[in-house]
Design a protein around this ligand. Structure first.
Ligand SMILES: [Zn+2]
Length: 122
């Protein structure tokens, strides 16, 4: 059974471990299969990129070179290294889920373990 991730794209998370411990950032991408998240400005690695010809996929000629240089890229970090910051109380917290019925449909809603409020609005 796949582990469900409590962290979702758009969440603000608090970094617990690693070189960016103590910082906060917004989740750009959640990777449930890897159990990892990509967080804005966190765990940034510099990638060196060489200029190279752009692959011509259209067959219409043209083409050019991609710019070379160094780019900053946030690398995925294990979800266990982050804690979701509750949008209601503003504190890093563990996330629980409750089941509730909305228009005769059962939905799972994330709740803050600190203040008990629902974290998913709308
Ligand atoms: Zn809260």
């Amino acid at each position: 059974m796949a582990q469900t991730m409590k962290v979702r794209k758009g969440d603000v998370v608090h970094i617990l471990r690693g070189k960016d411990a103590g910082k906060e950032g917004r989740v750009l991408e959640a990777l449930p299969k890897q159990g990892r998240v990509v967080v804005e400005n966190i765990n940034v690695v510099k990638r060196h990129r060489r200029p190279r010809p752009i692959q011509n996929t259209t067959g219409l000629g043209g083409g050019g070179m991609t710019p070379g240089g160094i780019i900053d890229l946030p690398a995925p970090l294990p979800v266990s290294n982050v804690m979701v910051v509750c949008p209601v109380c503003g504190k890093p917290t563990r996330v629980g889920t409750i089941e509730k019925t909305v228009r005769d449909r059962k939905v799972r809603v994330r709740v803050c373990k600190k203040c008990g409020e629902e974290m998913d609005r709308g």
